[in-house]
Every structure is written in structure tokens, then in C-alpha cells.
Write a protein that binds this ligand. Structure first.
Ligand code: NZQ
Ligand code: ZN
Length: 386
């Protein structure tokens, strides 16, 4: 196991009715609140009214219309609002996009340079306004980590950043807020949780036994509860288990102590940078192709471990058969959640494969992945799911 530093310091207020603690939580930082949200689902489903009522007595500045796959221009708009209104604390109400945008707003608000600098170099994030979140979508884990992913539409670059100051101070995770998620977003969020775990499970570090057993537990949680939430959106147990799985999947619990780059996320970030694709959908499409591409004599034992421990498939004399059965089970699982399994079905043709492959290798440091990937490898993966 590698050395690591884990600082998962976010206070999680989990469960029904935890929103009532919001005034006390915000009052720790001041009266001037930037209320950040997306295109308005929080208004449609009543969370907005609940928050506004609770925030009686605070000075609220609204920062709305944060888009999925949030843009740099939104970050700049939010940072300007913070400066104009002497904001003390940012309250992000939404999914990963709203929370991610708010993190970089928090860091950019009093940064003398350009906000994009903070995305290109996370070491420049040395301070940030305090951030409190109310989660409405399980998937990214943004509610309990420092990471943020921002798209610069001028150069079509989607890139992750984050540092300890951008870790949310408190996140309110009420599973009932997830009841209104459309089936597509429930599926996408579940695929995202699944992928976060896989990215760390398939790493070179040999002896991270405890991380991998936790990882297998989270994968089984998603396998059990995603279909229930998909069919019965207001099933509290399903939403609660997926929400907590979301936070645990990317708060350092399973990734700490395991070095190396991720594999599928850097490729997906190119898809959503160029085509504004829903993140989890892109991950689900790419994952089986990536798995088949990297299956070889060196990796087969990790795949058989995955097939047996996660999918409970019977051991087989042919390890490659077992490995492929595990990969097929993964693909079938995503399909059962209504996710298309080809890029063509989500409107992506082959015309930008070259540039997307080049950028993912470069930005994602794919030469340091579980199985190092060159541009030609990424092209093969993309073509296999075209
Ligand atoms: O715009 P609003 O009104 O918020 O509607 C959203 C949006 O249309 C809607 N939604 C959210 N909660 C809802 C709801 N609709 C009905 N009921 C609810 N309760 O769902 C749509 C998608 O929301 P979004 O926030 O974009 O989804 P998600 O949470 O998947 O976030 C995706 C972004 O996070 C990044 C992705 O790249 C993408 O930009 N990621 C962030 C990570 C992190 N911070 O650690 C890691 C991830 O790997 C990922 O890259
Ligand atoms: Zn993700």
C-alpha cells in the first residue's frame, strides 16, 4: 500500500429533515449567503422554497442557471457575485455540477488572477470561501471531496481541479431529495459511483486489501439498489444506500494508498467536453470496451477477483472466460438501467475521436494508468463502442 494523506473532513448531515440544521450551519460563517443552483429543478420540486424559508434572516444572493458540465463563464459570474455582495458562505443546492462550480467560485472569489488558472493548476487553490451543500443527485461524490470539474468552452477543455480548501464544510444529504430524479439521472449517477470504485479497484498497487474489500461492498450496494431506485424512485432505502455509496466512493476511502492515474474518466471527460454528454452515461458506455481492451495475461487475475467477489460468478477453469463473464455482467447491468451501450446512440460519431484520444492521454496522464494507454489504445476503445 502506498503512503497517503486523507482529509475527508466534510461534516455529513444525513437523513430526512436534516435541512432544518441549515440556519445553524450557515450562521457559523456569516450572514451573506450565495445560493447556487442549476436550471431550476429545485424550484419545481420544492427544495428552493424550503431553503428560502429556512434562510429568513440571512442576506441571500442568488446564483442560478449553473449548467450540467459547468462552464468557466459560470464560475466567473459566481465569483463576481461573491465580490459584489461580500459573500461569507456559499450554499450549493444541486448535483455535482452545481457543487463543482461552487467550489471553484469559492476559490476564485478572492483570487487575484484568472479563475481558469485555478483549474489548470490546483496548487494555486490556497484559500476558498466556506462551502455548504445540499445534495439533490447521488453520483459524483462532490458533496464529500475537494474535486471539481469545469469546462472551458473557448478551448473545449474539460478539466478537474481541487485542493483541501475546496472541500465542503458541511453537506446535507437527505435521500428524499433524490426521489424526483428522472430515471436517466438515477442510472447515470449509479454508473458514476460504480466507475469511481472501478477506477481505484483496477490499480497496480498489489496489497491494498482493505480498500478493495470496501470497494466490492460499495459495488454490490450499487448493483442491489440502483435497479430499485430506477423502478421505484421514492424507495427510501434504495436512495439512502446509493447516496451514502456516492459519498464513500470518492472521499478517499477506497482510492487512498493506491497510486496511478484513472483510466475511463479522462476519456469520458473528452466526450462530455465536446458533446455535452451526461457524465455517467459516457462512463457506462466506455467501461465494458475499456475492460475488454485491457484484459490480458497480467490483468486477468484482477478481473477474476472482480467476477467472483462482486458478481458472485462461479469459479471457472478458464480464467479468461470468468473474466469475460464479469465484464459481460457489468455491461448487462448498465443496459438494465436503460443506458445505451454505443456512442452512436447518444449522437457521437467518429469525427473527433483523434483529438479526444490525444487529449485524454495528455490531460489524464493515461501512461500512468492500471494498463498504460496510448492514443492508439484510446482510439481502439472508442471504436469498440462506436
Ligand atoms: O440543473 P438542475 O436543475 O440542477 O437539474 C439537474 C441536471 O439537469 C438534474 N437534477 C439534479 N438533481 C435533481 C435533478 N432533477 C430532478 N430532481 C433532482 N433531485 O439532473 C441533471 C444533472 O445534474 P448534474 O449536477 O449535472 O449531475 P451530476 O451530479 O452527475 O454532476 C455531473 C458533473 O460532475 C462532474 C462531471 O464531470 C459533471 O461535470 N464530476 C464531478 C466529480 C467530483 N466533483 O468529484 C467527479 C465525477 O467523476 C465527475 O467528473
Ligand atoms: Zn465520475
Amino acid at each position: 500500500m502506498d503512503n497517503f494523506k486523507l482529509h475527508a473532513s466534510t461534516e455529513i448531515l444525513f437523513g430526512k429533515g436534516q435541512i432544518n440544521q441549515l440556519p445553524e450551519v450557515l450562521s457559523r460563517y456569516g450572514k451573506n449567503v450565495l445560493l447556487a443552483y442549476g436550471s431550476g429543478s429545485i424550484k419545481t420540486f420544492g427544495i428552493y422554497d424550503e431553503v428560502i424559508t429556512l434562510l429568513n434572516g440571512f442576506n441571500i444572493t442568488e446564483f442560478s442557471d449553473i449548467e450540467p458540465n459547468p462552464h468557466l463563464s459560470s464560475v466567473e459570474r459566481g465569483a463576481q457575485l461573491c465580490r459584489d455582495h461580500q459573500i461569507d458562505v456559499i450554499l450549493a443546492v444541486g448535483g455535482g455540477s452545481v457543487i463543482d462550480c461552487s467550489k471553484v467560485v469559492a476559490a476564485a472569489a478572492h483570487y487575484p488572477g484568472k479563475a481558469w488558472d485555478l483549474v489548470m493548476d490546483s496548487n494555486k487553490i490556497t484559500q476558498a470561501l466556506p462551502l455548504v451543500t445540499v445534495l439533490t443527485m447521488a453520483g459524483t461524490g462532490s458533496e464529500m471531496n475537494q474535486w471539481a470539474v469545469i469546462t472551458n468552452t473557448e478551448n473545449q477543455m474539460k478539466k478537474g481541479t481541487g485542493n483541501w480548501p475546496t472541500m465542503p464544510k458541511t453537506s446535507i444529504v437527505d435521500p428524499t431529495y433524490l426521489y424526483t430524479l428522472p430515471q436517466k439521472q438515477t442510472a447515470a449517477g449509479s454508473a458514476d459511483i460504480f466507475s469511481h470504485i472501478l477506477e481505484n479497484y483496477f490499480k497496480k498497487t498489489p496489497d491494498a486489501f482493505v480498500q478493495d474489500r470496501i470497494a466490492e461492498g460499495i459495488l454490490q450496494t450499487v448493483i442491489k439498489y440502483a435497479p430499485i431506485a430506477y423502478k421505484t424512485p421514492d424507495d427510501y432505502s434504495a436512495r439512502a444506500n446509493l447516496a451514502w455509496a456516492s459519498s464513500l466512493a470518492l472521499n478517499g476511502l477506497t482510492g487512498s494508498g493506491k497510486g496511478g492515474s484513472w483510466s475511463v474518466h479522462p476519456i469520458e471527460h473528452e466526450l462530455s467536453a465536446y458533446y455535452d454528454l451526461t457524465h455517467g452515461i459516457g462512463l457506462a458506455i466506455l467501461t465494458p470496451s475499456w475492460m475488454r481492451h485491457i484484459l490480458n495475461d497480467q490483468t486477468v487475475s484482477k478481473f477474476t477477483e472482480y467476477a467472483i467477489n462482486v458478481w458472485h460468478l462461479p469459479n471457472s477453469v478458464d480464467p479468461f472466460k470468468l473474466a469475460n463473464d464479469g465484464i459481460n455482467a457489468t455491461e448487462y447491468f448498465f443496459k438494465s438501467l436503460g443506458i445505451p451501450m454505443t456512442l452512436h446512440e447518444v449522437g457521437i460519431d467518429t469525427s473527433k475521436f483523434d483529438i479526444m484520444a490525444q487529449r485524454s492521454v495528455e490531460l489524464g496522464k493515461l501512461d500512468e494508468a492500471f494498463v498504460p494507454l496510448k492514443v492508439s489504445d484510446v482510439l481502439a476503445i472508442l471504436n469498440a463502442c462506436a
